[in-house]
Design a protein around this ligand. Structure first.
Ligand code: ADP
Ligand code: MG
Length: 631
């Protein structure tokens, strides 16, 4: 007896929603139906293992895809557990009822079963591409087979049918092609193959399809004929579920290359973890050897591939990676996530947040390990992605600085070569007993930093100077403020803490004695510098510029190259070396020739700008001034 049945009211609304909004890509219907087939096989396998003499060997189970271009149908066949009439009614008649979820809660499953379904909506995604869905099924241990048919919201029919083998066949009669949507693509071999690879490659039973192959005719060297062959489309074992000790570096590297299409070379590092606890997941992460060409542009999208029980649910999930580790590639597979979860839901998912937190920790730990065990490789990493780590310290008001500070590396006067790097921890171990600060110089290159007038003095004291050559460096350092309780000190700013109290008093006295001279020079440089002072910062140089306040000269330079249109200026101080012959000359000019003194003040200021790598205001005027002095 055949009878038209209505979907339950909620189901109707849900079905409508389903078809029009839950899924953004129609193509996922295949993933859903294959996952259901896999679940059905898992259930039968589980059952038969727990029953004497029942069931098949594991390798006899399969899923088959059968496209038929003439009939415009795609059929998904499995030899899984099948459904009774009641089950058909329950599972396919009531949307949001998941037979698989019940199965999971009613049975204690072992690692051989991996049931995917739990939401009870996936099946209906078939209506995104099909005008009619026909299910023929015979349950394990049943005598009668049933046919279920539906054209969508109007309801469904159930009847008996002929089917000798246990399992389920789901036949989709595809919708007619429109200008926008070509449903017939789902009948094409290459498209089906592509979808299986993309979403269902790691389903643990073979997904088979008849494919046509051109082969040389027997005995002929040039004539081809078409062979029909059954091919398994999926690779079945997810690499990340294998045991680490079964895998070689080569396995990891090949997988990386094929999965992420990075042919530029082996990755620097792979991180393969299984985590059990509040959330269970497998992760396989890679750190590439080189930054992708678009890495430092806004086109670059961070993210990891996300799988739920081996089925791909998201190509690039950005929430799994913090910005400071955005260079990491890889995937996460969790049994605790549902297949039918939307992007919006994922963003708020607690499990996902826990996973992201623990991945962040493990990436950091692996990098620290690399730093300790293979420094050359770490430096390679640092050259490719160090800037991102430094931005990570500076961004979001420094909330990640604790996590990231031990990853930092800088050039330094303490390194054997100008290309060498030191970590902050290493710097601290080299600090002198009487050394209060971690000194740094900022400039475009190591040579520039090392050549700064004040660097000479600090080095002569036996203190190491970090050379900050990236524009972000000083911002990151200022965000850190301290490392292991040692404050950072820019050698071009403020009091360097190098002088004894006697030195300071002596300098104060000299400043007082030169009061008139300094005032005269300040007048000449009005609007350009805040003050002119004598200083102990200088050794062989006559002058330098320093800054008062938080904004350093180097930061001024960086900020002014940014496209915000706003210009900032550090509070500049022109410092004079009282031991230098130029100073004596200035003193004599104060009495003899005030006009010349003003000129010299200007000249010294321009020189100090040049030394700092700052632009001189008027190069032509400067050049003229120098020429005037010569004649
Ligand atoms: P879910 O997979 O999340 O449970 P679906 O809407 O995909 O939800 O499927 C609903 C239910 O229909 C499944 O839980 C399962 O009990 C049943 N089912 C679907 N496809 C099959 C199949 N091929 N063989 C046996 N049962 C199936
Ligand atoms: Mg499902």
């Amino acid at each position: 007896m055949m009878e038209q049945k209505q979907f339950q009211a909620e189901s109707k609304r849900m079905l409508d929603l389903m078809i029009h909004s839950i899924y953004t890509h129609k193509e996922i219907f295949l993933r859903e139906l294959i996952s259901n087939a896999s679940d059905a096989i898992d259930k039968l396998y589980f059952r038969s293992m727990n029953e004497e003499g029942g069931g098949k060997n594991r390798d006899e189970y399969y899923i088959e895809l059968r496209p038929d271009k003439e009939k415009r149908t795609l059929t998904i066949i499995d030899n899984g557990i099948g459904m009774t009439a009641e089950e058909l009614e329950q599972n396919l008649g009531v949307i949001a009822h998941s037979g698989s979820l019940s199965f999971k809660t009613e049975n204690t499953l072992d690692e051989n079963t991996d049931i995917i379904g739990q939401f009870g909506v996936g099946f209906y995604s078939a209506f995104m591409v099909a005008k009619r869905v026909t299910v023929r099924t015979k349950a394990y241990g049943a005598d009668t087979a049933y046919i279920w048919q539906s054209e969508g919201v109007d309801g469904y029919t159930i009847d008996t049918c002929d089917k000798s083998s246990v399992g389920t066949e789901i036949e989709l009669e595809l919708l007619d092609d429109t200008d926008d949507e070509k449903y017939s693509e789902f009948l094409e071999e290459f498209r089906i193959r592509q979808l299986v690879k993309k979403y269902s490659d790691y389903i643990r039973f073979p997904i088979r399809m008849e494919v046509s192959r051109e082969k040389l005719k027997e005995g002929s060297e040039s004539e081809y004929e078409t062979h029909i062959e059954v091919e398994t489309l999926n690779s079945m074992t997810p690499m990340w579920k294998k045991n680490k000790n079964e895998l070689t570096d080569e396995d990891y590297n090949n997988f990386y290359r094929d999965k992420f299409f990075d042919y530029s070379g082996a990755p620097l590092l792979h991180i393969h973890n299984r985590s059990e606890g509040t959330v269970t997941y497998n992760s396989l992460l890679y750190i590439p050897a080189k930054a992708p060409f678009d890495y430092y542009s806004k086109d670059y999208e961070k993210g990891l591939q996300l799988f739920a029980s081996g089925v791909m649910i998201m190509e690039k999930c950005p929430d799994l990676l913090p910005d400071h580790f955005s260079f990491v590639r890889g995937l996460v597979d969790s049994e605790d996530l549902s297949l039918n979860i939307s992007r919006e839901m994922l963003q708020h998912d607690r499990q996902l947040k826990l996973i992201a937190k623990s991945l962040e920790k493990s990436i950091k730990n692996e990098l620290i390990k690399l730093l300790k065990t293979d420094r050359d490789k770490y430096i390679e990493f640092w050259k490719a992605f160090g800037i991102q780590i430094k931005f990570g310290i500076y961004n979001e008001f420094g909330q990640h600085k604790e996590l990231l500070q031990d990853l930092l590396m800088f050039h330094s006067s303490g390194c054997d070569t100008p290309e060498g790097y030191t970590t902050l921890a290493e710097y601290v171990t080299r600090m002198r007993e009487d050394q209060k600060y971690i000194y740094y110089a900022a400039g475009e290159t190591v040579t520039r930093c090392a050549g700064l007038p004040a660097a000479e003095l600090v080095r002569d004291k036996g203190y190491e100077v970090l050379y900050l050559t990236d524009s972000v460096d000083e911002f990151a350092i200022q965000m850190l403020q301290k490392y292991q309780d040692k404050e950072f000190k820019n050698i071009s700013a403020g009091d360097l803490g190098l002088e004894s109290d006697e030195d300071k008093t002596a300098l104060d006295e000299k400043n007082a004695a030169a009061k008139d001279l300094l005032a005269e020079m300040e007048k000449a440089l009005e609007g350009k510098v805040k003050a002119v002072r004598l200083s102990n910062r200088l050794k062989s140089h006559a002058v330098c510029l320093s800054s008062d306040g938080d904004l350093s000269l180097e930061m001024e330079k960086v900020l002014n190259t940014m496209p915000t249109g706003r210009k900032v200026q550090a509070e500049r101080v022109l410092e004079l070396n009282p031991e230098h012959p130029v100073f004596a000359k200035l003193e004599s000019l104060l009495n003899d020739d005030k006009e010349k003194l003003a000129q010299y003040a200007e000249l010294l200021y321009q020189q100090a700008l040049l030394i700092e790598g700052l632009p001189v205001e008027d190069p032509v005027a400067l050049s003229k001034m120098i020429c005037d002095l010569m004649v």
